[in-house]
Design a protein around this ligand. Structure first.
Ligand SMILES: Cc1ncc(COP(=O)(O)O)c(C=O)c1O
Length: 413
């Protein structure tokens, strides 16, 4: 089936805001993607620095200074951590590694929050050594461990679970027991509650329900001050009007807490994907093209599963032919990776010009979150570099992994 001719306008909400089609090439951060593909090779992750910084500013404008932390598991390098810190956000770190990279990027340790339902001794020791501001306790045994090992005065949030999410169960009284155990520890400071209700949530209702549930819980924790309530992340970057979201959450918070006659806590959020998802683009070189009798194309690329593992962002992935303008009709296509694996699908339902051929360059949208972060060495394929682009300049944040890197970890025969 033939669709209309090649789109000249970029679909809104999926490409970085700075993306422009100019002189037969896609430009991001005023940098030509064909040129960087030539210089740095493919596959290549490209990250629009201004897009990340703008998202940070939008979150701060909506929620206020001190009330936003970026969740680093979506994408963290020292460079990214530096932008986040410079924009004034705190950082949720889920491991010793994330703490170290955050510190390498200049993050103030007081603004780091260590979270995770299974913290290793190394995670905790790194957090203690760095004097991170806050640790999230997610189970009774976490509280016991923190009481025995954390530095005196350590600020602690309690993770509230529910609906299949990890954390302290509210309904069974476990949370109330956890609060009183924590409040009874002279060395620890109970600061409030933390939750994470899911990913890619496109409407406000789920968050409002969570605030009401937490207000109800706080109403039952008589005599214990809940200073902070972290509503987590999970925001779909597509459908979220941040100012309206923050207004609605604050109103819900005020009403719900007033109803239970308890002081209103400070509302904080910790988005991951919504800060970096749309800022990322991945570039691939086409390796093979096969055309089925009905004109459907199957296009393989030089990347795939190892660098594009994030299924939860798949609805925002679009494939675009870059580096040349085609006047061929646009036809349905499936974009695959290079791996011999049925899961190796980059874009299942793309629209590409019928004359796409080996050697062409493709750009895939919305790959900023959970792509670099989850990349693997399946098939012993080295991981791609990550390139920041801004104001017409490109700068490597992470270099390309080499065969030598992989072999150097192999202890030999
Ligand atoms: C407290 C908290 N905030 C935020 C996130 C990140 O979610 P997302 O990247 O969907 O915003 C998580 C992820 O589990 C989380 O635990």
């Amino acid at each position: 089936m033939t669709l209309q001719s090649l789109p000249t306008r970029l679909e809104s909400g999926v490409w970085p805001p700075s993306a422009r089609w100019m002189s037969a090439d896609l430009r991001v951060g005023d940098v030509g993607l064909a040129e960087v593909a030539e210089t740095y090779g493919t596959p290549l992750y490209v990250l629009d620095e201004a897009a990340v910084r703008d998202r940070c500013r939008a979150y701060l404008a909506a929620f206020g200074a001190g009330n936003v932390a970026y969740t680093g598991k979506a994408l963290l390098t020292a460079g990214v951590a530096n932008w986040i810190a410079a924009e004034g956000l705190g950082l949720y770190a889920g491991s010793a590694g994330e703490i170290r990279v955050a510190l390498a990027g200049g993050t103030n340790p007081a603004r780091i929050v260590l979270y995770g339902s299974a913290k290793t001794p190394e995670d905790l020791n790194t957090a203690y050594g760095a004097r991170v501001g806050t640790i999230v306790a997610e189970s009774m045994s976490d509280i016991t461990r923190l009481a025995a090992t954390a530095p005196r005065g350590q600020r602690v949030l309690l993770r509230v679970g529910g609906d299949g999410t990890a954390g302290l169960a509210a309904g069974t009284g476990e949370l109330a027991a956890a609060v009183s155990r924590l409040a009874g520890q002279p060395g620890l400071r109970f600061a409030g509650l933390d939750c994470s209700i899911g990913h890619d949530i496109g409407h406000f209702r789920r968050y409002e329900q969570e605030i009401r549930r937490l207000a109800d819980l706080c109403g039952r924790l008589r005599g214990v001050a809940v200073e902070q309530l972290n509503l987590g992340g999970g925001h779909s970057d597509h459908d979220f009007a941040l100012d309206a979201f923050a207004d609605r959450m604050r109103t819900t918070l005020r009403c719900a807490f007033a109803q239970h006659d308890v002081p209103i806590p400070r509302l904080t959020v910790s988005p991951g994907r919504a800060v970096v998802g749309r800022a990322g683009v991945t570039l691939y070189r086409v390796l093979t093209v096969t055309t089925s009798p009905d004109g459907h194309l199957t296009v393989t690329t030089d990347g795939g599963l190892t660098d594009c593992p994030a299924v939860e962002c798949a609805d925002r992935h679009r494939a675009m032919l870059i580096a040349r303008r085609s006047v061929a009709p646009v036809v349905p296509a499936t974009v695959l990776g290079r791996h011999n694996d049925p899961a190796d699908v980059v874009v299942p339902a793309a629209d590409l010009p019928a004359d796409v051929h080996p050697g062409d360059l493709l750009a895939i949208s919305a790959t900023g979150a959970y792509h670099h972060a989850r990349a693997s060495n399946y098939h012993l394929v080295p991981r791609p570099p990550l390139l920041a682009v801004a104001g017409g300049r490109a700068r490597l944040l992470i270099r390309r992994e080499t065969q030598h890197d992989l072999l150097s970890r192999d202890c030999g025969r």
